[in-house]
Design a protein around this ligand. Structure first.
Ligand code: HMG
Ligand code: MG
Length: 305
């Protein structure tokens, strides 16, 4: 069995991590978290979402966060770093382009019910709305990624067939989305189910263009990551301190912690370019703001050492 030698980590903490928190987090603290992530060597992160503030009030400060990234010190730290944001429609894209995003994420779902709850339209309509977003992003020189939520299970529909993942991957490919993420939004997947969902996505995208995005509700996310590594998948979306969750996915808890994935990868001799000790610092920083300890076995173990 050969594993990838290098893995690309996208930290989704400032976005997925903070979009579901009831404790208000100031834009200045979100920016301080991003500073910590940059110090840890993060090369790719999701900064925020340009979504309706009525739907996700936690991301209402998207413009302010993006503006904060324009300071000269941060611009220097952001050289060679990809800043991603979520954009469900043209209004979101306009905000993202005006604020210097380098990658935009359109977010669809393998489940009709979840698509309705999360973005208020069915899958076919979501693709119609994403098409001009993708076209305009590329025209502006901005990269695109598509998230396929509920790729193994849905809070409303239960188990999701791999063919549904393949169907949405094909639709995303047809509108030109450059990369996709196969997401276990509610963290119910186990390794074989995740491999089947991945295999369906890989019918339509190259190995190098597919990422795994695993929430850890049932404690399966590291096992699912390993199962994807076995397939040669070398891109993962993880969240500092194990933060995360989607307000429209009832019962879903945090993403797998970046620190935990990095600890596993480094232990396997797989490079990430990230500094584990500094990730742990970042995790304790943001967890302090949330008045709790990190939802990461590694961050807790490191502080006890
Ligand atoms: P809608 O109500 O159908 O939209 O929502 P609309 O076009 O009818 O507009 C309604 C209002 O929203 C209008 O304002 C628009 O201007 C405004 P009003 O006239 O009432 O004052 N609006 C916007 N405002 C700011 N930015 C925008 C925007 N668009 C419309 N881009 C919509 C449709 C998609 C907007 C809404 O459902 C929405 O914002 N949903 C976002 C849900 C969300 O962010 N979920 C979490 C992210 S996905 C996720 O976490 C999963 C992921 O991590 C992978 C995984 O784990 O599965 C990616
Ligand atoms: Mg997520």
């Amino acid at each position: 069995m050969t594993f990838p030698q290098t893995v690309h980590i996208t930290d989704v903490g400032p976005r997925d991590g903070l979009q579901n928190e009831s404790t208000p987090i100031a834009a200045a603290d979100k920016l301080a978290l991003i500073d910590h992530l940059l110090q840890a060597g993060v090369q790719h992160f999701e900064a925020t979402s340009f979504v309706s503030p009525k739907w996700v009030p936690q991301m209402a400060d998207a413009a302010e966060v993006m503006q904060g990234l324009q300071s000269p010190q941060r611009q220097a730290a952001l050289r060679d770093v990809c800043v991603s944001v979520l954009t469900p429609n043209m209004k979101g894209l306009e905000g993202a382009l005006a604020r210097g995003a380098q990658e935009v994420v359109v977010f669809g779902a393998a489940s009709e019910a979840f698509s309705q709850r999360n973005i208020n339209c069915d899958i076919a309509t979501s693709i119609e709305r994403f098409a001009p977003v993708v076209e305009a992003a590329h025209a502006a020189g901005v990269a695109t990624r598509g998230a396929i939520s509920c790729a193994v299970g849905c809070p409303y529909e239960g188990d999701i067939a791999p063919s549904q993942v393949g169907h949405v991957a094909a639709l995303m490919r047809d509108i030109g989305v450059q990369r996709i993420a196969v997401a276990d939004t509610i963290g119910v997947g186990t390794p074989r189910a995740v491999q089947a969902a991945m295999a369906a996505a890989l019918q339509h995208y190259d190995l190098s263009s597919v990422a795994g995005h695993f929430h850890d509700t049932y404690g399966q996310a590291l096992a699912n990551t390993l199962a994807c590594l076995e397939m040669g998948i070398a891109r993962f979306e993880t969240s500092i301190a194990g933060l995360g969750g989607c307000p429209y996915a009832k019962g879903a808890t945090g993403n797998v912690a970046t620190e935990d994935v990095v600890y596993m990868l480094h232990g396997m001799g797989i490079e990430t370019g990230l500094d584990l000790d500094r990730l742990v610092d970042a995790a304790w920083f943001i967890s302090g703001r949330l008045n709790r300890q990190p939802n990461s076995r590694v961050s807790v173990a490191r502080r006890r050492r």
